[in-house]
Design a protein around this ligand. Structure first.
Ligand code: GLC
Length: 799
């Protein structure tokens, strides 16, 4: 069953049937203010942090699951009938009213047509102002004059997630609201430096700042008393729960349209409210801000655009997958309807991986993230698994030194620098690749010499940080010479402690080789020697200890028992041990082919590749928490999305374009647009996982947006399937595609030059390049870096 469609021309996904099984979300904001918004205008805003700077409230895990929101109600003042521009919260019978939600890049547009009143609510956050604009248009499509009341509604949140969820005997009296000059100001008495405001482009006829006055007792957002009555009560109060409702009566001649702007901002009335109200009461400024936002995305996306025979591939790579990966980099992984605050900051491995996909589209933000991660790196070589980078940037804190009654005390660095017991063996290894990719993309070798402090004292160049990461993995190996699993490896639920992780040893091999490319550029001959021999040793140990006959094992428990072997009844074969053996280059060709055949045979399903099968049913704490998760869910035998692109990359390395596409297609959300009764989640975003075949809801996708899948699928698709890879020497082109693709095109901007690449595949091969020309000249290796601002024609013939 289908609930919407991809509108690629407008770069929007359009929901034309609003009763989707779960909320389909979007992200507004590209800098500091963010709103997670559902297709029904439900959701919440936060400023920088979902933990300690919440703006509007979210009733997490509630029924319905996206309340409250940023709503506009319309009321026919002649009949008293009312509805909302988004289907919810009023929820008219959608056979009588027509609703659309258009999720675009950092904006969402709600449209409704009811009894001849056509209305639209566009929500977005201008790039340079911390204010969410609601651009509302109401149009009378009937032949008679209509009198309509327009009401906004949002619910303000207490500032800190913890005080919003507990200790209400204190927090309920800690914030207040007042109204003056058309601006509702929401203040935190105990934090006299924090304010939010809500305003509009018009002079309201009435307003409410007190939530319960607007809603009325034993009512909900579905039937607020104020809307039913046709006016607000001009309420405000010190203490209690607060809302932003501004009411305007409008009268529309036949065919007339009226446009109203609402504004939700961070800051006080004096400091921000007046000036932003003035600025965005001028519709030209609203239009310009929206145009700027569109340009912002246009610029980003234009760095890499593809045209292939596969519409879903084009749509996801040109728009949605990059957008999703960017979202993870900008907002980290802690603001969604699932991650609702409380856990914030950067996950070491998560952010390191998210960075990799967007080094080309967002060089500044990815660099900032890299530095933050380096500041969370220890002299021993491991990274802090999850930390708030703000803690290490005290100059950022301008908060007065006031003792707060309810706010959790600020953490000190010593509180968050954890020891070995919490080290995840993979965490910092990812950063080696992110940094080297950032430098390769941007050509900035001096970055390796930048000095960055260690979290536990002292400092080192970026290059030295990298060597410590590699040395750590070389040092912490178990009895078989394979890297110790420690608290966990990439798989949070595989808790091997002193046992050993195949995946981490393969990753170690991979990271050392990536590092060596950079060491060669820098001419560090001693290190080239040292790390080449480290790589050889790791590879040898992997090939010696991990081969199981038809595939690679996943590791050893601390008692030395093999995991992921055909000898076990459960957890026989793990995806990551195979894909990483091949992706890293550690596996011999024969074993590589064999183990990827086993993946196809045992782990493939029409919704994607399972992480491990058979799922565990017996607990074994030597293996870890994975054995305590229900079968077919998350790490225990679900189709965990994030590792799927690694298998695609592995198949590309083997030259299997058809199989790579089979795996790409199986899990591609775009392809599941017509089976939403099974998938449930939005079809424009990868989800963290899909229920595996051992679960009754096989095929149901859960946890959209905040997953490393986006970054990795972007990498797999562009660098390995299309095969366009920046290297230190130049642009490498080595596609691996399905044999029935006759051609494809890519426009890639790199280091200031444009490469218009046309790839032809006349003999229907999956891999192999017969010839390359650059501006009609034959090229025998990579395409040399061209002058900035030059436009270059590249023709590639496969065969
Ligand atoms: C979640 C975590 C990620 C981890 C994965 C597998 O997505 O955010 O860090 O690698 O689960 O356990």
């Amino acid at each position: 069953m289908r609930y919407g469609y991809f509108d690629d021309k407008n770069r929007e996904y359009v929901i034309d049937r609003p009763d989707v099984p779960v909320s389909w979300t979007n992200y507004l904001g590209v800098k500091d203010l963010c709103t997670v918004i559902s297709h029904n205008a439900g959701g919440y805003s936060f400023y920088k942090s979902t933990e300690h700077h919440r703006v509007t409230r979210f009733r997490q895990n509630g029924i319905p699951l996206d309340r409250p929101g940023h709503y506009v109600y319309l009321r026919d003042d002649e009949t008293g009938e009312y509805w909302s521009i988004s289907w919810q919260p009023v929820g008219k019978d959608f056979n009588k009213a027509k609703y659309f939600c258009r999720h675009g890049l950092s904006y969402s547009k709600f449209q409704c047509n009811y009894k001849g009143i056509e209305a639209e609510q566009l929500l977005f956050i201008p790039i340079d102002d911390d204010v969410e604009l609601w651009d509302v248009k109401v149009n009378n499509k009937t032949r008679k004059k209509r009198k309509i009341s327009v009401f906004s509604y949002l619910e303000f949140s207490f500032h800190h997630v913890e005080i919003d969820n507990q200790n209400l005997q204190m927090s309920l009296y800690a914030s207040g609201s007042n109204y003056k000059d058309g601006i509702i100001e929401y203040d935190f008495f105990y934090e006299p430096w924090t304010y939010h405001f809500f305003s509009s482009s018009f002079n309201p006829n009435s307003y409410d700042c007190v939530r319960d006055t607007f809603i009325g007792s034993y009512r909900t957002e579905t039937n607020p008393a104020a809307v039913e009555k046709g006016k607000c009560s001009n309420s405000s109060e010190l203490g209690g729960n607060h809302c932003g409702s501004l009411h305007k009566k409008i009268s529309l001649k036949p065919g007339e349209e009226i446009r109203l702007i609402f504004m939700l901002g961070v800051g006080s009335r004096e400091e921000k409210g007046y000036s932003l109200k003035k600025k965005y009461s001028d519709l030209k400024n609203v239009d310009n801000a929206f145009e700027e936002l569109k340009k912002y995305w246009q610029n980003k996306l234009s760095v890499l655009q593809v045209k292939t025979p596969h519409p879903g591939f084009n749509s996801m790579i040109n728009i949605w997958t990059l957008y999703q990966a960017e979202t993870c980099v900008v907002w980290s992984r802690f603001g969604s309807f699932i991650e609702v605050g409380g856990r914030v900051g950067l996950g070491y491995r998560d952010t390191s991986q998210d960075i990799m996909g967007v080094v080309h589209a967002n060089p500044e933000k990815t660099k900032q993230r890299i530095i933050q991660l380096l500041k969370g790196h220890t002299t021993m070589g491991y990274g802090l698994h999850l930390f708030d980078p703000d803690v290490f940037e005290p100059e950022e804190h301008k908060l007065p030194n006031v003792k707060l009654p309810t706010v959790v005390p600020r953490k000190k660095p010593e509180d968050i620098i954890h020891g070995m017991e919490d080290v995840c063996s993979d965490d910092a290894l990812w950063l080696v690749a992110s940094i080297c990719e950032w430098v390769t993309e941007n050509g900035n070798l001096e970055f390796f010499s930048q000095v960055v402090p260690y979290v536990d004292g002292g400092e080192g160049t970026v290059y030295e940080h990298l060597t410590k990461i590699l040395d750590f993995s070389a040092k912490y190996v178990g009895q078989n010479g394979i890297c110790q699993g420690l608290r966990a490896d990439w798989n949070d639920c595989l808790n091997l402690g002193g046992g050993e992780s195949a995946m981490v040893s393969f990753m170690h091999y991979w990271a050392v080789n990536i590092f060596l490319e950079s060491a060669k550029q820098l001419g560090c001959s001693d290190d080239i020697k040292k790390y080449t021999s480290m790589a050889e040793k790791v590879k040898e140990a992997c090939e010696r200890e991990l081969w199981d006959g038809d595939w690679y094992i996943r590791g050893f428990t601390k008692k030395g028992i093999k995991i992921g072997t055909k000898e076990s009844d459960e957890g026989k074969i793990f995806l990551n041990a195979q894909s990483w053996a091949v992706y890293s280059g550690a596996a011999s060709e024969e074993r590589a082919v064999k183990c990827m055949n086993a993946v196809d045979k045992y782990l493939y399903s029409k919704y994607g590749l399972h992480l491990v099968l058979p799922a565990y049913s017996k607990t074994d704490d030597d293996i870890g928490y994975i054995t305590r998760v229900y079968k077919g869910i998350k790490e225990n035998g679900a189709i965990f999305s994030h590792p799927n692109p690694w298998a695609v990359i592995a198949e590309c390395k083997l030259g299997h374009g058809n199989r790579a596409m089979k795996y790409y297609d199986a899990i591609l959300p775009y392809n599941q647009n017509k089976i939403i009764e099974i998938r449930q989640a939005e079809p424009y975003s990868y989800c963290q996982f899909i229920m595996g075949k051992d679960h009754a809801a096989h095929g149901r996708a859960r946890h959209p947006w905040l997953t490393g899948t986006a970054s990795w699928f972007y990498t797999a698709a562009t660098k390995y399937m299309l095969g366009i890879q920046p290297t230190y020497k130049g642009l490498k082109i080595n596609p691996c595609i399905p044999s029935d693709w006759k051609k494809f095109e890519v426009i890639r901007k790199w280091r200031g030059a444009i490469y218009k690449i046309k790839v032809k595949n006349p003999s229907g091969v999956e891999k192999g390049v017969k010839s390359i020309t650059l501006n009609n000249e034959i090229i025998t290796d990579v395409i040399p870096i061209q002058k900035a601002r030059s436009e270059n024609e590249v023709e590639v013939i496969m065969g």
